[in-house]
Every structure is written in structure tokens, then in C-alpha cells.
Design a protein around this ligand. Structure first.
Ligand code: ATP
Ligand code: MG
Length: 291
């Protein structure tokens, strides 16, 4: 039974989704917040967890930095209860942030501790989104350990595609089948051949496409104002994140728009963005093998 914004438990076990990339600065935090906010607007109970311990950001982009008392480190170590660490969003009823600590480093918690915490969170929330730090070391391992699913964020740059490919291999080795979001697309550059297209990226990564998000100046404005973009009408990136959330939340066939925006772009037929299951089941790195 849903209990509004309180932290009373709901009936079903929630889904734990890690948002990861390998490369830094590609939009993991932006995606975590906006997908989480969009799901909460659909009346799902959502916790977004900042796993970037030592370099937290999610609190700032949500405008909640002054409300932090306890952190995910405290919750993992049993120094506080979940409801003490989970900060309710100021605007969206069913959205909660569990912040990272700023003073610790990533080694102060271990994957087993995060799995234990997430076992409790599953009973409290419909979705738990883990905002993964860049890299593939301890911070990545902590964020991925409890995940049932993964969203890999990639930008149309060769370095980002290569890092995504590495991370996808690591996710497969943990029996997690990831889905892809290509962020910061500039359709005009793609049309001129100056930027990788999502088709180029999918050819290398060979995973299911979850969504395409255009470059949008309003991302920066919303980040600076501490307001999720999905609350703003008419933002192309905000609309793209809403549609990504809807695809995650049981509407997988919702068409993906090639520019990331429903206006002035072509819808990609579902058959073009869904790869046969098991195609990359080995977790083999296509980039490495192609030399
Ligand atoms: N679609 C977009 N259009 C324009 N700017 C964007 C878009 N997505 C993200 N950004 C900007 O890119 C920068 C990096 O985004 P973000 O912090 O979400 O990345 P990250 O992957 O979480 O980084 P880190 O690896 O450091 O945690 C931010 O300044 C953000 O505002
Ligand atoms: Mg981040």
C-alpha cells in the first residue's frame, strides 16, 4: 500500500538499478536524478543513492545540500536508520536522496555492506537508483554489487564508448544485462558526420538502447538551480529522460526519437534498438577484439 511521502514500506520488492559509465562527466548524476524524478512523478517510490563517496554531487543538483545529516556511509555502517539518511525531495513527493559523505573515501564501505543496505531499501522503495562514480575500482564495485539492472551512459565520443564497452563486459560478468543511454547528442553534428551516431555506438556496444538524450543547455541551468529537468516543460533532454523512465517502468516499446527529442526527429522502430538476448552474453569486448 502506498503511503504518500512517508517512509512506511510498500508491498513489493523494489528494483535496484545502477547508473554507470566508466568514463567521468558523461551524465550519470544527471540521468540518475532525472530518471528517478520522472519515476517518482509516476507515483513510484524512488530512492536515488549517491555512491560517489568523497565527491558527492547528487545533493547539489537536487538542491538538498543543506539538509544532509546522515549519509550512505552511516546507513551502511548501521550508524543511522534508513529513514534518517533518506532526505525527502522538496518538490517531488515520492523521491528521496541518500547522500554520499564528503569526508570519507570509497574504501570505508564494502560491496557486502551496500548489498545489506539495499536488501532493506528494496522493501521501502519501488526503485533504488545507484549513481555510480567514474572508474571501475572500489566505488564502481560498491555501486554495482546490489544491482539487478544497469543503465550505461555513454556520450558520442570514442573514449566514452571504449569505457562503456569495458564496463558492459564487467556487468555481463556479474550476470547483469545493461541497457544503453546515449547522452549529449548534437543532431546537427551527427548529420554532418562530425559526431558518432547512436547507430555507430550500438554497433560497437551491441546492447539494448534505452534512450537518446540531446545536448541541452537547460541541463546546466537545472543543475545550478537544483531542480530536476523533468519538472520543466519543453526541455528536450527532460522529455528524453521522461521517456527513458517510462521505458524502464513497463513501456519498453515506446519509440525512441533519433535526436532524443520528439519534435523534428524520426522514431526508431523497436526492432532496430533491441538486440537478440545473449548476443553479448560472453561479455566479450568488441573494441579490444577489433584491435
Ligand atoms: N544532455 C546534456 N546536455 C547538456 N549538458 C549536460 C547533459 N548531460 C549532462 N550535462 C552536463 O555535463 C556535466 C556532467 O554531468 P554529470 O555530473 O551528470 O556527469 P557524471 O557522469 O555524473 O560525472 P562524474 O563522473 O564526475 O560523476 C554537467 O555539467 C551536466 O550539467
Ligand atoms: Mg556524477
Amino acid at each position: 500500500m502506498r503511503q504518500g511521502g512517508s517512509l512506511l514500506r510498500c508491498t513489493l520488492e523494489g528494483r535496484i538499478i545502477v547508473v554507470t559509465s566508466g568514463k567521468g562527466g558523461v551524465g550519470k548524476t544527471t540521468a540518475t536524478l532525472n530518471i528517478g524524478a520522472a519515476l517518482a512523478l509516476e507515483r513510484k517510490r524512488v530512492a536515488v543513492i549517491d555512491m560517489d563517496i568523497g565527491l558527492r554531487n547528487l545533493d547539489v543538483v537536487m538542491g538538498l545540500e543543506n539538509r544532509i545529516v546522515f549519509t550512505v556511509v552511516d546507513a551502511v555502517k548501521g550508524k543511522c536508520k534508513i529513514k534518517q539518511a533518506a532526505i525527502k525531495d522538496r518538490r517531488i513527493e515520492d523521491l528521496f536522496l541518500i547522500p554520499a559523505s564528503q569526508s570519507d573515501n570509497k574504501d570505508v564501505i564494502d560491496p557486502e555492506g551496500v548489498v545489506r543496505l539495499c536488501k532493506q531499501l528494496r522493501r521501502e522503495f519501488d526503485y533504488v537508483l545507484m549513481d555510480c562514480p567514474a572508474g571501475i575500482e572500489r566505488g564502481f564495485q560498491n555501486a554495482v554489487a546490489p544491482a539487478d539492472e544497469a543503465v550505461v551512459i555513454c556520450t558520442p565520443e570514442v573514449s566514452s564508448v571504449r569505457d562503456a564497452d569495458r564496463v558492459i563486459g564487467l556487468l555481463y560478468s556479474r550476470s547483469i544485462t545493461p541497457k544503453l543511454v546515449v547522452n549529449r547528442i548534437v543532431p546537427e553534428m551527427v548529420a554532418k558526420g562530425d559526431m558518432l551516431s547512436h547507430e555507430d555506438i550500438m554497433e560497437v556496444l551491441s546492447i539494448e538502447l534505452l534512450g537518446l538524450v540531446p545536448m541541452d543547455d537547460r541541463v546546466v541551468v537545472s543543475t545550478n538551480n537544483g531542480v530536476p529537468l523533468v519538472l520543466e516543460k519543453g526541455s528536450n533532454a527532460g522529455e528524453a529522460f521522461k521517456r527513458i523512465a517510462m521505458r524502464l517502468n513497463g513501456d519498453p516499446d515506446l519509440p525512441i526519437h533519433s535526436s532524443g527529442s520528439p519534435c523534428g526527429s524520426t522514431a526508431i522502430p523497436t526492432s532496430r534498438y533491441r538486440f537478440p538476448k545473449g548476443r553479448r552474453a560472453s561479455g566479450r569486448s568488441l573494441l579490444q577484439n577489433s584491435g
